[in-house]
Design a protein around this ligand. Structure first.
Ligand code: ADP
Ligand code: MG
Length: 368
């Protein structure tokens, strides 16, 4: 029997900083205790074969035939990573592999099962093929795979969280310099739970409004004469209002204020602790609902109900148009918040949401 080795990588929750990554701004995600595993066996040829418990069929391709246009479906994530590694390392002599994927990250819920599968495969191949790439580079590998092989124009946040996360810490990432710092969350010490409310409304980054929002941001930056919206501050918004049409202005205002909220959240976490960040989470949701217009009724209901039932703050998380909301809840109010959300969804005739708490956890690693 050949040796089977296993690597794993987590999904992530973005605490705050939504759609700021591709605007070269700031994000504050953390890795969660839901992981994707990649079991790997080395072959004696140059074929790569991938299977997943979530897919009926194995997909197999010669390493020399890998290319972004030759991949589709779920296998574009793991095979796209194998292809993208070749941009940063010499993979011409590496052996073929069998990779089996399994996961406890809900798929399509905004918790980045996509980055989890990319990062698990990236660390597995980086180790097995002895490529020696560092974590920030592996994040770019995952992003390249997702952009070119999958065709989703997403930023670098998800892969960074999955690769750089640490227990009880968030990853404060500058998406321009790609410098990151770990910021202590201290939820458990403060008696807080981070509740995820998965609405079950599915989103599709490759085809949905994500690309349209990205285009609006690029238009705004161009009209304002900056390289990226990162270069606009809250003080510049009055000028931006004069230059931009109303819709583009509101898209820009979300990004600019959201960047500021990330910086404020990091400062508040360090100076006052997690019980003081609720207002920033609430403001982030309002901005995504009203200015960026990426929320849906189910997410708004989850957020409003959690807030009314005792959450310190709540917001939708992830790219939007469905997926999950998060709520920061004192442990003593958790049962009540969950029940209130359940009731509210039933009253509105929405499908029952899936609710679970998450803890900030270790990033990608060898082993489970
Ligand atoms: P999210 O990242 O929010 O979960 P995405 O649409 O970005 O949603 O990524 C979900 C896609 O990633 C799935 O449709 C599938 O193609 C792929 N994927 C994620 N996890 C797995 C898995 N364990 N096995 C196979 N494919 C997966
Ligand atoms: Mg994703």
């Amino acid at each position: 029997m050949p040796d089977i080795e296993v690597w794993s990588a987590p999904g992530r929750v973005n605490l705050i900083g939504e759609h700021t990554d591709y605007n070269e701004g700031f994000v504050l995600p953390f890795a969660i205790d839901r992981r994707t595993t990649a079991e790997l066996v080395v072959r004696d040829d140059r074929t790569i074969r991938v299977t997943s418990t979530f897919a009926d069929r194995a997909v197999e391709i010669a390493l020399d035939d890998l290319g972004p246009d030759r991949l589709d479906g779920w296998s574009a994530y793991p095979l796209g990573v194998a292809w993208a590694l070749g941009h940063w390392a010499d993979t011409s002599g590496v052996p073929g592999v069998e990779i089996h994927i399994d996961s406890t990250v809900p798929v399509g819920a905004g918790l980045s099962s996509s980055a989890a599968i990319e990062s698990a495969v990236a660390v597995a191949l980086n180790d097995t093929w002895r490529l020696g790439l560092d974590r920030p580079t592996l994040a770019r590998v995952g992003q390249l795979a997702e952009n070119k092989a999958v065709g989703a124009p997403t930023g670098i946040m998800d892969q960074s969280a999955s690769l750089l996360g640490r227990a009880d810490h968030a990853v404060f990432l500058d998406c321009r310099s790609l410098e990151s710092q770990l910021v202590e969350l201290g939820f458990a010490t403060a008696g807080l739970e981070l509740l995820v409310i998965d609405t079950g409304v599915s989103h599709a980054h490759a085809t949905g409004g994500y690309a349209a929002r990205r285009a609006s941001c690029e238009l705004g930056a161009r009209l304002l004469g900056v390289a990226a919206l990162r270069d606009i501050g809250v003080d510049d918004l009055d000028r931006a209002r004069d230059v931009l049409d109303d819709e583009t202005f509101r898209r820009v205002r979300h990004i600019v204020t959201e960047n500021q909220r990330v910086l404020d959240t990091v400062r508040v976490l360090r100076d006052e602790g997690p019980t003081a960040i609720g207002g920033l989470l609430d403001a982030s949701h309002a901005s995504m609902r009203d200015d960026f217009e990426i929320s849906v009724p189910e997410l708004d209901l989850a957020v409003e109900t959690a807030q009314a039932a005792g959450a310190l703050g709540a917001r939708m998380t992830g790219g939007g148009f469905g997926g999950a909301a998060i709520a920061l809840v004192p442990s003593g109010s958790l049962t009540e918040v969950r029940a209130a959300v359940e009731r509210a969804f039933a009253e509105r005739g929405f499908a029952a949401p899936t609710q679970f708490t998450v803890a900030a956890s270790e990033g990608a690693r060898r082993g489970l």
